[in-house]
Ligand binder design. Sequence first.
Ligand code: IPE
Ligand code: IPE
Ligand code: MG
Length: 245
Amino acid sequence: MPEQQSLLARYPDITRVPNHVGIIMDGNGRWARSRGLPRLAGHRAGTENIRRILRAATEFGVKVLTIYAFSTENWDRPPEEVSGLMGLLGEVIRRETEDLHRNGVCIRHSGRLEGIAPHLARQIQDAVALTSNNQRITLNVAFNYGGRAEIVDAVRHIMRDDHAPEAVTEALISQYLYTGGLPDPDLIIRTGGEWRLSNFLIWQAAYAEYYATPTYWPDFDEAELANALIEYNQRERRFGKVLQR
Ligand code: IPE
Ligand code: IPE
Ligand code: MG
């Protein structure tokens, strides 16, 4: 893949590429307001940006990209914004799935299907099933996702499966999360200027590196992604150990 070489070749400081990157795609509303547009226009622009960043992440050699698209707390927004966001997801799945499939993208969903309108839940499940054998990159869409809800769901599922208390290990819990089978994120990026997790991958990101940028999500481009990866390359990950020098 010559493309892949060219993007990485432009950034000699990126020698370690994180396997799994999580992105909290924040700032769509403020992006729209700064242009005098309705919030939904910001969400539309934000949705468009996913294609660009997915392509760049693939070229950099990222294997899993998790994007935070709708949180369990986002239901408390004005009803017209919530329905607009639901409509956008349906639109994107209809428009992009075939193309993603052709490009070797494995789509996963992290979140609760309950609460999502049945036709939309079905669309999500169909896109996941269609692309399940693809291996170039995994696009994990956190939609109707909350880290605490995820742990609650995992505990319920473990109990339903009748595991003995002694059998409950960190590995078992990881397996029962929505992200079961995926590696933990190495790098969490948050756009839009806030420094908080907002209930995103709270278990999985225990040892992730964090990167926050004031750039609103619709403006976060390849060069911004490269900056995050460069910063990641400057971090020393110790995992609680003392490193020998
Ligand atoms: C992030 O953008 C997208 C979602 C939470 C769905 P916001 O809508 O939170 O944008 P701001 O934070 O209000 O600018
Ligand atoms: C986090 O953004 C959720 C998503 C990006 C989907 P929010 O805008 O909902 O987070 P808070 O409310 O600022 O913490
Ligand atoms: Mg926000």
